[in-house]
Write a protein that binds this ligand. Structure first.
Ligand code: PEP
Length: 250
């Protein structure tokens, strides 16, 4: 089964309305719009309505960078799935390394978010996993990735609406990219793990690479057999870079 290429922009805590307009225009004018690549933008939640307006007629989906695991209630500063869906999001990143490191997203919370998204909404989960530099040095990459997958997906019996993003922590925002071979090796491991957990449908999940993807390294990374696209941070804030990355995924 053919897996559709997917490129997701993670704007983190960056961007403004001007960039929304400029990026929507740049994507509209690019050939990626007409090709068989799904493009998803995850801006800060407050910019979702601006994106909804700017890309109303375009083939761009919107996503959220995180979501609270509760349906509603006294959770100051947080966003529920219902609020994010109302603002146009149809995907949610879960377990990004910055949230694991700095915002208390431990294994239990990540699993709760995955379950909330899959059980209580129609949205897609983009589950981020990846090892630190130290863990890679100590040759723990496969163990770390396997336990992050196992913890997050423990109670899942089916794998619809799940995308995996392999993001080595040492490559995020550092300018250090995993080589295509390094990335492919872990992607193949993840695909095998998904096959063992979910059977044939697990093997067909989209697995994205994230970590300092730029216009000049995207094509080589995306050419790997088990890399189905990318989760793009810094380069998704620069129109020419992001358009070139989307085109490279075709
Ligand atoms: C990310 O934040 O998910 C990411 C991959 O960032 P960058 O592309 O800047 O390394």
């Amino acid at each position: 089964m053919q897996r559709q290429p997917l490129v997701i922009a993670n704007w983190k805590m960056n961007g403004d309305r001007q960039l929304v307009t400029a990026m929507a225009e740049a994507l509209r004018d690019s050939s990626a719009q007409h090709a068989d690549v799904s493009v998803v933008v995850c801006p800060p939640a407050v910019l979702l309505p601006a994106w909804q307006q700017a890309a109303f007629y375009d083939n761009i989906q919107l996503g959220a960078q995180d979501a609270n695991e509760n349906a509603s209630g006294a959770h100051t500063g947080e966003h529920s799935l219902a609020l994010l869906a109302e603002a146009g999001a149809s995907m949610v990143l879960v377990g990004h390394s910055e949230r694991r490191q700095f915002y208390g997203d431990n294994a239990q919370r990540i699993a709760a978010k995955v379950n909330q998204i899959l059980d209580e909404s129609t949205m897609t989960v983009v589950l981020c996993v990846g090892e630190s530099a130290e863990q890679r040095e100590q040759q723990q990459t496969f163990d770390v990735v396997a336990s992050q997958l196992a913890e997050a997906l423990a109670s899942r019996k089916q794998c619809e609406r799940i995308v995996i993003a392999y993001e080595p922590v040492w490559a995020i925002g550092t300018g250090l990219t995993a080589s295509p071979e390094q990335a492919q090796e872990v992607h193949a491991f993840i695909r095998n793990w998904l096959g063992e957990k979910f059977g044939p449908s697990g093997v067909n999940l989209q697995i994205l690479y994230g970590g300092s993807v730029k216009a000049d390294n995207a094509e080589q990374l995306f050419a790997q057999a088990d890399i189905d696209g990318g989760l793009i941070g810094g380069a998704s804030l620069v129109e020419e870079q992001f358009v070139a990355i989307c085109n490279a995924a075709q």
